[in-house]
Every structure is written in structure tokens, then in C-alpha cells.
Design a protein around this ligand. Sequence first.
Ligand code: TYD
Length: 254
Amino acid sequence: MAGTQQEEMDFGSDSERMKKRTVEGGLLITFEGGEGVGKSTQAERLFHKLQSFGIDSIQAQEPGSSDLGNNVRSWIKRANSSSPLAETLLFEAARAQLMFETVRPALDRGKVVVLDRYTDSTLAYQGYARGGDLQTITQLNNIATANLEPHLTVLLDLDPKVSLARVNNEPDLFSGADSGSPTRVDDEGQRRFEDQPMNFHQNIRNGYLEMSKKDSRWCVIKADQAGHRIADAILKRVRRLLIERAIPEAVFRS
Ligand code: TYD
């Protein structure tokens, strides 16, 4: 349909160009992955790209993006040990608040929501890595989100030996790979999950890969490539999704 008359009509006048594009029912795009894979950078990049196309979008992160979420984030970094269930309930509480305050209203207005971590993080971290019961976590995920499934989940997949070296600012094993992920130490100066043993991180990775085989909403991208290549691969998939949801192709040439 590239460059057809219909597209010119859809996207022709200046006032049309100024109008932000929305999607019927909204679109939820989540980003997942282990520590140091460059997920937050890519989520941010996608959000800015969507905005540059005039697509009405917001970005948020879990835990965070609400007062409750920020408190959970700060607590999780400080707590020395907690039961997987207690952790799960805290993440779910923060999630329920984020759904109520931000995500649902945005989707109701037809916005694209770019969310850095969502329900799959709880399955990967508190389930596959910390040994929490997957069925219970799935039920709690469903309660917290009223069964809201993402339309697309981008999984940035990387061997934890490489991603943790990035987090610790060691030289990248993949020359030319641009992680776009600066070493991050939270306010408390602690990096609780990053400091877990290697098999914890392997379990997170394996858990994500197992989940990604079960559902077509997943888009698995190898994170050992240059940042701009990762961004291009993500954008290609998102464009396809948006075109399927009636966003004219011409929008992406602006
Ligand atoms: P954060 O500093 O945001 O890490 P990242 O940039 O990797 O997302 O800290 C969030 C931490 O919380 C991160 O280690 C993953 C963890 N987490 C869970 O364990 N379960 C969850 O449900 C969520 C949302 C996050």
C-alpha cells in the first residue's frame, strides 16, 4: 500500500500531521530481560521513536512510575532476604496501582504504552529464579492486571556472563556491541539482584526463553549486537503491529 492515494488522504494535510495517532483499544508493549541487557535503553528509544512518528504513547517502568512502585523499588534494593511470595505480593501491589493509575487509562485513550518490565518479570525472577510456584504467580499476575496481556513482549536475550560483565563495567566480550546501559547503582548504593550468583541469572534467562516459546506475543532479540540494530529489529516488529492496527504506513516515513 506504500504511497497510495488512500495514504495521502489519511496523512495528507498539515493539521492531520499534527494530530497524534491513537490505536483502537490501545497497545501494550512490554520489555523483558535479565540484568544489564540494555532493556531500559531500548524501551526509551522505542518510546521516542513512536513520539517522533506522532503516535500517542507513554512509557513507564516496573517497579516504579507510581509512589507505591517507587517505594517497592527502594525496598527491594534494601531488603536482605524476603520470601519469594512476599516479594511477589509487593511487585503485584505496585503493578495493580500502575494499572489503575496509568496503564488502563492510557489504553482506554488509545495510547501505546511502552512498559519496562511486567508480569513476566515476576515469573522469571520470583518464579524460575527464586523458586516461587509458577501457577500461583500466574494467578496473582492475572488478579493484579485483570488479565491484561501485552500485545507484544520484547525479550532482550543475553548470556548473563556477558550482561553481568556489562553491569560491572567490565569490557564487553562482543566487540562493537553497544549495550547502551551504563552501570547503574541505585540510591541506596545496592544492587540486590545483580549480586546474586550466576545460576540465579541463568535461571532467569532460561525461564524467559521457556515462556517465549509458549506464546506468539514474544519477540526474542539477541542483545549481543549493536544498539541501533536491536532498535531497528524492535521497530520493524512494532511497525507491523501498528499497521495491522490501522496506523497508515505513511506515518513511519515522516
Ligand atoms: P531495576 O533497577 O529497575 O532493574 P532493571 O533495570 O533490570 O529493571 O530494578 C528492578 C529489579 O526488580 C530488577 O532486578 C528486576 C526485579 N523485579 C522482580 O524481581 N520482579 C518483578 O516482578 C519486577 C517487575 C522486577
